[in-house]
Design a protein around this ligand. Structure first.
Ligand code: 5GP
Length: 227
């Protein structure tokens, strides 16, 4: 017998933001690891490589000139300048992965997130919070990959970003990594169960159930959507 529900195959575009040091990267790594239902978009940036980062894995690291050329050629879905460097999302393969049914994750800051909100009406927005501001500062300092001045700039920016949390659909406090990862997984799962993803409900008919010979006499109910 057919499945009762036929849902949209297309994946969700998922924007994840939060101040530097909130732990977005660690959460996303766990979500993506070994999960082919999720695809992480790799951004481009003009900032220099930090610590153990690898070109093409964390970011595509390019020069400011190259970045400006990408902007002019319309290759970026959105971009911003953050702490003196460019960051942007390549249009690249986002649509292809959504069509394949994968959720596509963009790890971007608030300005980029608001641009995506304008462009993609059904995108999903998750904000990752640090447990408190003292812990955030400690995490930024412990990275030991940036100057005191840059750390302070990121810390100041964190205050502005946290103020924007109400523009997101979900908030997850990252006090304990496993717990935060479970929450983000739960959000992605719940979004897949949304009624507005349903394209058809197939209920068949009573006769069909009584006489299996009628099983081909399919009845499809299209839902009326009332908003
Ligand atoms: P970081 O230098 O710590 O890797 O990133 C700085 C900020 O830039 C983070 O908040 C990160 O989410 C954001 N970011 C990374 N890639 C992009 C992007 O493609 N577009 C936008 N708008 N922000 C990005």
């Amino acid at each position: 017998m057919r499945d009762i529900i036929q849902s949209k195959k297309r994946g969700n575009l998922v924007v994840i933001s939060g101040p530097s040091g909130a732990g977005k990267g660690s959460i996303i790594n766990e979500i993506v690891k070994g999960n082919d239902q999720v695809w992480l978009s790799v951004s481009m940036t003009s900032r220099s490589i930090r610590g153990e980062e690898v070109n093409g894995r964390e970011y595509y690291f390019i020069t400011r000139d190259e970045f400006e050329k990408k902007i002019q050629e319309g290759e970026l879905l959105e971009y911003t300048e953050y702490s003196g460097n460019y960051y942007g999302t390549p249009r690249g393969k986002i649509n292809e992965h959504l069509q394949m049914g994968q959720d596509v994750i963009l790890e971007i800051e608030i300005e980029g997130a608001l641009k995506i909100k304008e462009l993609v009406k059904d995108a999903l927005f998750i904000f990752i919070m640090p447990p408190n501001m003292k812990e955030l500062k400690t995490r930024l300092k412990n990275r030991k990959t940036e100057t005191e001045e840059k750390i302070n700039r990121r810390f100041k920016r964190a205050y502005q970003e946290i103020n924007e949390v109400t523009k997101y659909n979900y908030v997850v406090v990252n006090d304990e990594l496993d717990c935060a990862v479970s929450k983000v997984r739960a959000i992605l799962l719940a979004e897949r169960c949304r009624v507005d993803r349903i394209e058809e409900v197939y209920v068949g008919s009573e006769e069909e159930l009584l006489h299996e010979s009628l099983v081909d006499n399919k009845k499809i109910v299209n839902l009326e959507r009332k908003i």
